[in-house]
Design a protein around this ligand. Structure first.
Ligand SMILES: C[S@@+](CC[C@H](N)C(=O)[O-])C[C@H]1O[C@@H](n2cnc3c(N)ncnc32)[C@H](O)[C@@H]1O
Length: 272
């Protein structure tokens, strides 16, 4: 039986959309029921409905942010989908390194990095395969809207389930050390990444031009105007010779004509 009314769910959908751009679909009431019941209880309300009423009467603040962050999807894993990382290793990075030989600067952005598995996968891949980049000015920026997942990403501590998802045992042994029943990333990988809070639907001007952008498994959560808005900003940040990686279910098709699909054996990337 539903414990959340359609009016309350509508309020929550609007709240999430206006702050993050994420369009929570109709029929996802169970998510609110699952994630907000405990919070409501913790702050002394008898129901989600009371929590929602409270939110409506407060100016936008930390409780609203807490509620929004409880309803976002943070699904991620190390080397997610495998093929983007193979393309990165075998084709994209070798080409970018050649292009950047004169100034030796390479910038990579993991936008919407969740708990950090994506940027750490990129950093480990570079440490393993591109010793030449030790002499380059390499910047890996990893950003997310949620300060909670960013804090976790920045700590680089993972439980057994998280560490077993996508991370080869050899890399686990080499780049993590065990900390009780958890695994902590080694400092030499941690320090390769600059974690920042960034809302993709807002204006961001303080990023350097990027050679490689991972914008994966995030566009699917936005409506068409927000997808277009994000791609248009990404376009300004991506270097003319740079590469954009999207999630396997995502595309720039019918959203932005200036991105061209690049088909590799193992998968697709986008370029300007
Ligand atoms: C499903 S995860 C994807 C993680 C990773 N890119 C991957 O492919 O495994 C989506 C992430 O997008 C973040 N997110 C949602 N709305 C955002 C926004 N407006 N700006 C930046 N990040 C956002 C969420 O906090 C979440 O960490």
């Amino acid at each position: 039986m539903r414990t959340i009314s359609s009016i309350d769910f509508d309020y929550l959908r609007k709240l999430i959309r206006s702050h993050s751009g994420v369009a929570l679909e109709a029929g996802k009431e169970y998510l609110a029921e699952l994630h907000l019941a405990t919070l409501a209880q913790q702050i002394g309300f008898d129901s989600i409905s009371e929590l929602v009423e409270h939110l409506k009467n407060l100016p936008f603040g930390s409780l609203h942010v807490q509620v929004i962050e409880l309803l976002l999807n943070y699904e991620t894993s190390f080397f997610r989908d495998t093929y983007p990382f193979e393309i990165l290793k075998d084709l994209v990075l070798p080409e970018i390194i050649k292009q950047q030989k004169s100034d030796e600067i390479i910038n990579i952005w993991s936008a919407a990095c969740s708990t950090g598995q994506e940027p750490y996968s990129i950093a480990m891949l570079i440490k393993e395969n591109f010793p030449i980049l030790d002499d380059y000015k390499l910047k890996i920026i990893a950003s997310d809207l949620s300060s909670q997942v960013l804090a976790r990403a920045s700590e680089g501590i993972y439980n057994q389930l998280e560490i077993s998802r996508g991370l080869p045992k050899r890399l686990q042994k080499k780049y993590f050390y065990s900390d009780g029943n958890q695994w902590r990333i080694k400092q030499k990988i941690r320090e390769m990444i600059d974690f920042r809070q960034l809302n993709l639907i807002e204006y961001y001007s303080n990023l350097p031009k990027m050679d490689i952008i991972f914008l994966r498994n995030i566009l699917i959560y936005f409506d068409i105007p927000n997808k277009k808005k994000i791609l248009s900003q990404v376009k300004n940040i991506l270097k003319t010779n740079g590469y954009l990686f999207l999630g396997s279910g995502e595309t720039t098709l019918n959203l932005d004509q200036e991105f061209k699909r690049v088909q590799f054996d193992k998968g697709i990337c986008y370029r300007l």
